[in-house]
Design a protein around this ligand. Structure first.
Ligand SMILES: [Zn+2]
Length: 261
């Protein structure tokens, strides 16, 4: 028995053209910042930790003036992973593993609340996020205030089977950032999905083969997108997109499981 829960990690308003570059400038939308809890008999894995809860009351203090202006926080009270876990009767210490897809601020904001969890992050991501040469280039802007805490980071090299039975597997989908990863969850005959996070922001990016403006390595990201689309179109895998307002609207959210098998 395995269950997957969709948790709200907040909401951000931003330019549509940041995600779908051929859309007209000036058009804005509010996108979800999803996180997911996978409940397995051997443990509980949180995939991404959303925005830090302090971004609601003090967005400028937490995100800085420029980012808070470009991407205003539209979360409501309770749109943070710790509050969302509480909907399931769980606290941070019930989470055995956290996997960050990558270290952008909206994917690791809640990391500090999980001091007892094992963090599974691609080695390439861990190294890039602390590499002065990468940081100087400004093409990848990780968020040290969010990830750089004394947490139990365990580097992962490529594909990683979290519980050893093939049901919960981290898959490298690099490109958006140097060491970005997705999570594939398979259980029984009813569950086969990939939590793509920022390997693909929206369905439109996948259907129209469009990369966003925010990326580290375009050819690498294009290869990751093709790989995910093949999983969807050839193997019938459900892709959960990174910030897709239309898909999020339809997804059953905690405390209801959105997948179980
Ligand atoms: Zn990102």
């Amino acid at each position: 028995m395995l269950e997957v829960y969709a948790l709200s990690g907040g909401y951000l308003e931003l330019e549509v053209a940041m995600m779908v570059p051929d859309r007209p400038a000036g058009s804005r939308w509010t996108v979800p910042v999803p996180a997911f809890l996978v409940v397995h008999r051997a443990g509980r894995l949180l995939f991404d930790t959303g925005l830090h809860c302090a971004t609601i009351a003090d967005p400028v203090g937490r995100l800085g003036e420029d980012r808070a202006r470009r991407m205003p926080v539209r979360s409501r009270a309770g749109d943070d992973v710790v509050s969302q876990l509480a909907l399931l009767g769980l606290g941070p210490d019930d989470v055995t593993h956290v996997a960050n897809s990558h270290f952008h601020f909206d994917h690791c904001g809640g990391n500090e609340f999980f001091p007892r969890s094992t963090f599974l992050v691609q080695r390439k991501e861990l190294e890039a996020a602390r590499d002065p040469a990468v940081l100087a280039g400004r093409r990848y802007v990780p968020s040290p205030v969010d990830f750089d805490h004394p947490l139990a980071y365990q580097p992962v090299n490529g594909e990683h089977d979290v519980f050893g039975d093939g049901t919960v597997v981290l898959i490298p989908t690099y490109g958006h950032t140097p060491g970005r990863q997705s999570l594939r969850v398979r259980a029984g005959t009813s569950v086969d999905l990939v939590l793509a996070a920022d390997a693909c922001y929206t369905r439109e990016n996948m259907d129209r083969d469009i990369l966003p403006t925010v990326l580290w390595d375009a050819p690498e990201m294009a290869r990751s997108l093709v790989r995910l689309r093949d999983l969807r179109d050839r193997q019938g895998v459900t892709i959960v997109f990174g910030h897709d307002p239309a898909q999020w609207e339809k997804l059953p959210r905690a405390p209801e499981p959105f997948a179980a098998g």
